[in-house]
Write a protein that binds this ligand. Structure first.
Ligand code: F6R
Length: 243
């Protein structure tokens, strides 16, 4: 695993954007695995800036997102499809037909997951997967106790994950109880993985995930066994890492 420690959030976002830019330049028809959440917003802003400057071309890129709340439509401003459109896709020249987010409105759970896994396979897998890290060690919506081998599946959200995400909804009742997520098995098949961790609040869990034992209780710890992981963080999150 390679570790890039930047001084602050802005610089960490630029490092992550550098890696994604290199991927897009070296393989213009690459498959990017994308994440939502607060952490990658700065990275996406940076990619938009570079696109506007004429340095990046996303016209042949395909993207496959990690997860989506079950029951939310793409127009719902809390859906992850909406997030991706309004933070990235609307501002770059990616063809929206080439962007995939699990179908939150598909009522048949097995079909939703099977279809998504088919999409990943049909694209030959993910070249570069971007991940954030949950405070409980989750990646995607793979909560502590998740089975490492799993592919895309439907999860019941942990209460602390619902509480953490409640800030984006009008009330706790509106926070969905289930989500479709790529499994850890699907994530581990990505050829390269970039994990972005920023802020003091991530310090403890980054230490557990990357310096502690590999255990389903800390789902991200499995990333220690992937052959090409880059951890990009800022000083407050990576204080405990050897330099
Ligand atoms: C988002 C996702 C989540 C987040 C994680 C960290 O698609 O799958 O695992 O990456 O919850 O979220 P933030 O970045 O908001 O701290």
């Amino acid at each position: 695993m390679r570790v890039f420690c930047a001084a602050d959030y802005g610089r960490a976002s630029r490092v992550a954007a550098n890696i994604i830019s290199a991927q897009v330049i070296m393989k213009p028809d690459c498959v990017l695995g994308l994440a939502t959440g607060s952490t990658p917003i700065g990275t996406y802003e940076e990619l938009v800036r570079r696109y506007e400057q004429g340095d990046l071309d996303f016209s042949k890129v395909h993207s496959i997102n990690l997860d989506e709340y079950r029951g939310l439509s793409p127009e719902n401003d809390q859906s992850y499809r909406y997030f991706m459109n309004t933070h990235l896709f609307d501002f770059i020249n990616i063809d929206k037909k080439n962007t995939y987010v699990p179908d939150g409105l598909e009522p048949d759970k097995e079909k939703a997951c099977r279809d998504y896994e088919e999409i990943i396979k049909a694209h030959g897998g993910v070249d570069l997967q971007i991940l954030g890290l949950g405070h409980n060690g989750h990646i995607g919506f793979n909560e502590p106790g998740s089975v490492f081998e799993k592919e895309t599946h439907c999860v019941t959200l942990a209460e602390n994950t619902r509480e953490a995400n409640a800030r984006f909804f009008k009330s706790m009742d509106e926070v969905p109880t289930e989500a479709y997520t790529m499994g850890i098995g699907s994530i581990m098949r990505a050829r390269k993985i970039v994990v972005i961790v920023t802020g003091e609040s991530k310090r403890e869990i980054v230490k557990k995930a990357f310096l502690g034992p590999v255990t389903p209780e800390v789902p991200a710890s499995i990333l220690q066994l992937h052959s090409d992981v880059i951890l990009v963080g800022d000083e407050p999150a990576l204080t405990d890492f050897p330099r």
